[in-house]
Design a protein around this ligand. Structure first.
Ligand code: FAD
Length: 369
């Protein structure tokens, strides 16, 4: 029987990424894996069929984040960003832009990166990057601090301020006025590049190359930003390290004394319990209940924080093989997990937002301030 799209992605993540990483340096761009993902249709799942994609449901799309989070976080980041941008082109693009971009994006022929963040930014109105008009020509100036896939993306959507609006400019990185900085040193999230991008007088067509047309304001959609994909990635990583630790411990358990076996069983029980709760939060986010909806910001804070303990405890259970083993899986999950506390939105910023929401609404639903 033919397997479904989500099953094919799961099979890829569980059977192809590990062997690839065993044979290639972790810090090289995984062109072969990106190509495979394109063949599997992963780049088009948020694009409807009439534009050449497969139009998956929200929970099926989230499963891509889960599976790639199980396999390798940088790939999850590359695909997740691209899928977000497909959605933005669909929601905000002019009919001509949808016609121009969605089909090649869905096929994975045109992979997009997003250049939005500038260090310390907390609201789009604070952006220093400016899109201005010089007669019929648009001009972009500014610097973006961290851009995933900066070096290998075919196009970059640069988010800039234009008057009182926040606009998205389709940038071709091969044209003059774009400089991708050196690779940023970091403990994890290797393989897919992470670098600054500077725009110095980059010229663009202000009608055709601004998402939604000149002046189309993205401020509200940017503020409404959903962090479900980061929860998915944390849940995938937690399940992967639990599986790895259980496999490792099971193999050596018979050689242990009964006392040590008992102690190890208890630690495995603790680890499995943490992961079960984390997985439950993730599933509550996927299938929201009208009585007790799980907000994605609270789920992101909980799951990415719990993941830090999960990867550390899984590594501890495996002893030396958790710290240094030929396949390096636990070490990789450990290093990549740290970034999940920060990306999307830093957990502290989300906690402030959650606190503000709680304080402003009384238990009976009245607005308090
Ligand atoms: C691996 C990686 C990939 C990335 N990829 C991209 C990308 O593709 N495109 C892109 O545009 N950006 C990208 N980024 C940038 C990322 O979105 C930002 O790093 C992130 O939003 C945090 O912003 P910041 O680093 O400026 O931290 P800041 O906003 O300066 O926050 C630093 C710390 O200050 C405190 N803080 C800040 N705000 C609050 C608050 N409201 N309440 C309480 N405490 C607060 C928190 O402790 C927080 O952790 C990436 C970053 C990383 C690390």
């Amino acid at each position: 029987m033919d397997s479904s799209g989500p099953d094919r992605i799961a099979h890829f993540a569980r059977h192809e990424i590990g062997p690839y990483l065993a044979a290639h340096p972790e810090d090289r761009y995984p062109r072969a894996l990106v190509q495979r993902l394109a063949e599997l249709g992963a780049f088009g799942v948020t694009v409807p069929p009439e534009h050449g994609g497969s139009g998956w449901s929200r929970s099926e799309v989230a499963c891509i984040g889960y599976e790639l989070g199980r396999g390798w976080q940088p790939l999850a980041g590359l695909v997740g960003t691209h899928l977000k941008l497909c959605r933005q082109v669909l929601e905000h693009g002019t009919p001509r832009q949808q016609q121009r971009w969605l089909a090649p994006m869905a096929r994975g022929e045109t992979v997009f990166a997003r250049a939005y963040h500038e260090q310390g930014l907390s609201h789009p109105a604070e952006l220093g990057t400016r899109a201005t008009r010089r007669g019929p020509v648009g001009v972009l100036h500014g610097r973006k601090s961290w851009v995933t896939n900066a070096r290998d993306a075919d196009r970059v959507l640069a988010i800039a301020r234009s008057g009182d609006a926040t606009v998205g400019v389709f940038v071709d990185p091969a044209r003059p006025g774009v400089t991708v900085g050196p690779e940023l040193p970091r403990p994890g999230m290797l393989g897919v590049s992470l670098a600054e991008i500077t725009f110095e007088g980059y010229e663009f067509d202000p009608e055709e190359e601004v998402l939604g047309g000149w002046g189309h304001d993205l401020t509200e959609p940017l503020l409404a930003h959903d962090v479900t994909s980061y929860v998915a990635r944390a849940a995938g990583s937690a399940d992967a390290v639990l599986d790895q630790a259980v496999r490792f411990v099971r193999e050596g358990l018979d050689r242990r004394t009964p006392e040590v076996r008992g102690a190890i069983r208890l630690r495995v029980g603790e680890l499995a319990t943490r992961v079960a709760v984390l997985r439950t939060v993730w599933q509550a986010l996927l299938t929201p209940s009208p009585d007790a909806p799980m907000p994605s910001d609270a789920a992101k804070v909980f799951c990415t924080t719990a993941l830090q303990d999960v990867v550390r405890e899984a590594a501890l259970l495996c002893g030396g093989a958790g710290y240094a083993a030929p396949d390096g899986t636990l070490g990789r999950h450990y290093r990549d997990a740290l970034a999940l506390l920060i990306i999307g939105a830093p957990n502290d910023a989300l906690l402030s937002r959650i606190g503000e929401r709680e304080l402003s609404v009384a238990r009976d639903g009245r607005q308090v301030y």
